[in-house]
Design a protein around this ligand. Structure first.
Ligand code: IPE
Ligand code: IPE
Ligand code: MG
Length: 245
């Protein structure tokens, strides 16, 4: 007989998910950290910090659901325009995350990757990130891709330039795709944005041509297992047509 106490602490009712139709790749624009903090009269940095719990939970849940790739937009190419103190805090947080989380990523057999102009990240963060990527490179579980100093337009420009360097004089879709930051990665099936904003903010512009979009008003630091289940359940109600009938 469950007591009142055990009912309170048990997992809330999760939406039913069809395990045979799990999206292979989910991308998330983790937004609303600042507003989450502001609503609590806290500095913005504490919102970013609180968001780490949500990252942990999203990684865990994605692994449990059998999602192959989870791409998280952690820092955009345009986020450098924020105050230096915030940018520095975000870079410190990134470094802290990859160091602290590494044992757990290993335990869950998560393979860490990163997309973006990584060479512009501060040396310390870059080093720790590379170490974590290398340490997890043979893992066969979830692929966790962090988008860092990432911009969709920049990615397309970088792809074109690398194709030119390799001697291509004209380009088609297949060639361009092969020069993207993660060419072997399937395109996202589902893109989630938290905090209610209805825009892409330069995220995966090429890759999201036929991705299903899902926006929740929930701020990223409040995003939990249940929210990811809700997004996947909604995705499973969609009819993907890819321009056909
Ligand atoms: C998302 O939260 C985190 C990053 C962009 C790095 P924000 O910092 O954009 O939070 P809001 O949108 O100001 O609430
Ligand atoms: C997008 O959020 C970038 C990340 C979540 C890392 P922003 O908060 O930077 O986007 P805008 O400025 O509201 O479009
Ligand atoms: Mg924002």
């Amino acid at each position: 007989m469950p007591t009142l106490f055990s009912r309170r602490t048990s997992e809330p009712d999760l939406p039913i998910i069809d395990k045979s139709r799990i999206p292979a790749h989910i991308a998330i624009i983790m937004d609303g950290n600042g507003r989450w903090a502001k609503g609590r009269h806290l500095p913005r940095l504490l919102g970013h910090r609180a968001g780490i719990t949500s990252v942990r939970e999203a990684v865990k849940t994605a692994g449990e659901l059998g999602i192959k790739v989870l791409t998280l937009y952690a820092f955009s190419a345009e986020n450098w325009t924020r105050p230096t103190t915030e940018v520095q805090a975000l870079m410190r947080l990134l470094q802290e995350y990859v160091v602290r989380e590494l044992p757990e990523l290993q335990k869950k057999r998560v393979r860490l990757r990163a997309i973006g102009r990584l060479e512009a990240l501060p040396a310390g963060a870059q080093k720790k990130l590379t170490q974590a990527i290398e340490a997890t490179s043979q893992n066969k579980g979830l692929t966790l891709t962090l988008a860092l100093n990432y911009g969709g337009r920049q990615e397309i420009v970088d792809a074109c330039n690398r194709a030119l360097t390799d001697g291509h004089t004209s380009i088609d879709e297949k060639t361009l795709s092969n020069y993207l930051y993660a060419p072997d990665c399937p395109e996202p099936d589902l893109l989630i944005r938290t905090s209610g904003e209805m825009r892409l903010s330069n995220f995966l512009l090429w890759e999201c041509a036929y991705t299903e979009l899902y926006v929740t008003k929930t701020y990223w630091p409040d995003f939990r297992k249940r929210h990811l289940y809700e997004a996947v359940a909604e995705y499973q109600k969609r009819e993907r047509r890819f321009g056909g009938l």
